[in-house]
Design a protein around this ligand. Structure first.
Ligand code: GAL
Length: 439
């Protein structure tokens, strides 16, 4: 203690503050407090509703919040923890209806266009023009954020949903490699089972079941069939034998999962995997960000591959921030935030931590791990390989998504529902949804 205080007084003396009377110190403190509180009073505060509650998600948001603070803008967190945003969206909707929309919200999916049509979202055209977003953004992203030819959201990053994360040590111990096809998967899972290791970590939470199932549909026969199911909701596609087969695969995979398949959050499932409770997991690459945040290194403690049969495709989920057209006084801060989201530093730092990839045409590839690089290189190839995630709101409207997911969830959790029952019900649902969309 003595040593510290001596050091301090030596330092103060150096700057000529040595031996000043107490009132000098008090006035100095008062002055500092005044400056600080004036700065705080002048700082603009933006309420930001989001569902990012995990370790990596917090850290990733911090990369943006720090930059925002440098502009004297405070990010006031309105956190509604809920995997894939189910709960957050309900809260957001009720706040919008009550006329209490936050200034900022994490918003994914087709709802962006609907809310822009209703005039709820701030037009970001000027920020986009001055930042040359048409040139710096990947073309698919630039078109996604302009649902009716006006920019209405600021894109943060792109997740790859058809990701397969594996434990390399476990696989190598039994001379196995990550499976590329479902035939290979069966062989790998059988060998692991003999060693008493479950092949897959999986939750029975509805959105996580849907996240797995959409990859199975994609694996069945590629993007065209996937679109017929999840974008066009074509009853004939739902009645197709390929859809039957995807349902069968979903049921069959249960036997390779760590038992019991409980309704766990995605971070709990990731923990199960990290603790060696299963050799692989099918997940969006946000789980990669989380493993990194827990100190596990990509390509060492875990590896990153793709769901069997989907390696040529990028099943994407785009995270964006929407600015609500609330009080006019918030506009400058909201526009500043939109501008910062696209700055190279935020894009590189945020996405590296989050597990996603930058939305830019020229990101810093050297700062990406192999998983992110593969994801970015594939996505940047364009429309031919890009497939919109149904579970993460990229493919269809909320009602269709929720209804189909509820049925899939029932099928997954209740063994009494047969594959043909589930298929029959989903064909009916598709017919009703189709009618509703047309009327
Ligand atoms: C997705 C979202 C990701 C991540 C994930 C898990 O819908 O786009 O950023 O939050 O859910 O909750």
């Amino acid at each position: 203690m003595m040593v510290t205080s001596t050091k301090k007084s030596t330092l103060y003396c150096k700057f000529g503050w040595c031996g000043r009377p107490a009132w000098v110190w008090h006035s100095l403190l008062a002055m500092m407090l005044t400056v600080w509180s004036t700065a705080l009073a002048q700082a603009e505060t933006l309420q930001a509703l989001n569902w990012w509650s995990s370790t990596s998600e917090h850290k990733a948001v911090d990369a943006l919040v720090v930059k925002l603070a440098m502009e004297n803008i405070l990010w006031q967190e309105v956190l509604i923890p809920s995997g894939s945003g189910a709960g957050a969206l309900i809260v957001l909707k009720s706040r919008v209806i009550a006329g209490e929309a936050p200034e900022v919200a994490q918003l994914n999916g087709t709802i962006i266009g609907d809310w822009a049509d209703m005039g709820l979202l701030l037009n970001l055209d000027t920020v986009a023009q001055s930042g040359k977003w048409d040139k710096v953004l990947l073309p698919a992203i630039y078109s996604w954020i302009r649902p009716r030819d006006h920019v209405v959201v600021a894109p943060l990053g792109i997740h790859r949903v058809n990701t397969l994360i594996f434990n390399p040590k476990m696989l190598t111990r039994y001379k196995l490699v990550p499976p590329q096809s479902w035939e290979e998967f069966e062989l790998v899972a059988t060998a692991l089972q003999k060693a008493g290791i479950p092949a897959l970590a999986q939750s029975s939470e509805a959105w996580q079941v849907a996240t797995l199932f959409e990859s199975l549909v994609l694996a069945e026969s590629g993007p065209e069939f996937y679109r017929d199911i999840f974008v066009n909701k074509d009853p004939r596609a739902f009645a197709d034998r390929r859809f039957n087969h995807a349902l069968w695969r979903l049921r069959a995979l249960k036997k390779w999962m760590a038992q019991p398949v409980r309704e766990q959050s995605w971070t709990e499932v990731t923990h199960l995997f990290a603790d060696g409770g299963a050799a692989m997991m099918v997940t969006g690459d946000w789980a990669k960000g989380e493993l990194n945040a827990w100190g596990l290194t990509t390509d060492i403690e875990f590896g990153c591959s793709t769901v069997p049969g989907t390696g040529d495709y990028h099943l994407y989920d785009i995270d964006t921030l929407a600015m609500f057209a609330t009080h006019k006084g918030h506009r400058p801060a909201q526009l500043k935030l939109a501008q910062l989201v696209l700055s190279p530093d935020v894009q590189n730092d945020y996405n590296r931590i989050k597990g996603s990839i930058p939305v830019l045409r020229n990101p810093d590839l050297s700062r990406m791990d192999s998983c992110a690089r593969t994801s970015w290189e594939l996505f940047s190839r364009g429309a031919r390989v890009q497939v919109p995630s149904f579970a993460h709101r990229m493919a269809t409207d909320e009602t269709s998504r929720d209804t189909i997911i509820a049925e899939l969830h029932r099928f997954f959790t209740d063994e009494h529902v047969s594959v043909s029952d589930a298929q029959r019900r989903l064909v009916q649902i598709a017919k009703i949804l189709r009618k509703a969309t047309k009327s």
